[in-house]
Design a protein around this ligand. Sequence first.
Ligand SMILES: NC(=O)c1ccc[n+]([C@@H]2O[C@H](COP(=O)([O-])OP(=O)(O)OC[C@H]3O[C@@H](n4cnc5c(N)ncnc54)[C@H](O)[C@@H]3O)[C@@H](O)[C@H]2O)c1
Length: 320
Amino acid sequence: MAAALALAVGAGLLAAAWRWLRGAARAVTAGSMRGKTVIITGANSGLGRAAAAELLRMRARVIMGCRDRARAERAAREIRAEVGEREEGEGELVVRELDLASLRSVRAFCHRVLQEESRLDVLINNAGIFQCPYMKTEDGFEMQFGVNHLGHFLLTNLLLGLLKNSAPSRVVVVSSKLYKYGEINFEDLNSELSYNKSFCYSRSKLANILFARELARRLEGTGVTVNSLHPGIVRTNLGRHVNIPLLAKPLFNLVSWAFFKTPLEGAQTSIYLASSPDVEGVSGKYFGDCKEEELLPKAMDDLVARKLWDISEVMVGLLK
Ligand SMILES: NC(=O)c1ccc[n+]([C@@H]2O[C@H](COP(=O)([O-])OP(=O)(O)OC[C@H]3O[C@@H](n4cnc5c(N)ncnc54)[C@H](O)[C@@H]3O)[C@@H](O)[C@H]2O)c1
């Protein structure tokens, strides 16, 4: 036990030194988003919070779409304190209620955005739920598929007109490398026959990529680009439903501190896709560490992507 602990501490120190040497803790993005409006879902925690702070630093008007208003207001206050006061027109942080597990809430959020905002330059579909026990959304969908895919599917579709009117504009979809273990099992999209929390997370993240590619195809020529990404393994609150035995917690914390990315490091690809001139006009691609990456054939299956789109339209009530 003592030897294992010493080994973990040694490895942790080595990893920390490596991170320091390569300067990974520094933000790699810079530039101005002055005059641009960005929506980030799940912006009060983890990757979304880090992206909100960076985009505010870059002078964007950032709308934080969050489920829990009090937590989101607290996060917004903290971010403003970190970033410093902004002059009028030099960036702003706005909190709006958005529960992706409720189609009613998604519709209300979009209704308010369409009433209040004259433009939308970037939509970052970031919020996510990971490996929760079997639960259903307000509308009766399996929670991970409902929040990670269907909620964002409706949200994006309802905001498409504003994105098109603001073109060139961008949709950024936060997926995960775990998509590799998912399948779009059309006969049980709601997991009524069986539920496996890991499979359902992976399936929802595969759905994110198929959605992004299909949306990119549908938006060709409109000036709205759509790309998906995986952020790497990041130290956030995403694992709140994962039970780690009490005794293993210190070791897990040490390993995650040493080897996982910080939220700011993990958010770099989202920020890059939202703001960099390098990806102007690039659409339908998948990124990791700010570089395009190859996808497995299952994530490039256009027939599955179209079928998923059609079924999702019916599930969220866009098509009767
Ligand atoms: N952390 C990682 O290692 C990792 C790896 C791959 C992909 N991701 C993806 O990154 C994204 C961000 O996750 P994170 O790691 O920052 O985790 P996080 O838990 O810190 O943040 C997730 C955010 O989503 C919000 N959210 C959850 N359910 C919601 C709902 N019903 N309505 C509105 N918001 C809701 C949470 O409140 C939170 O703000 C997720 O899509 C996740 O799948 C994370």
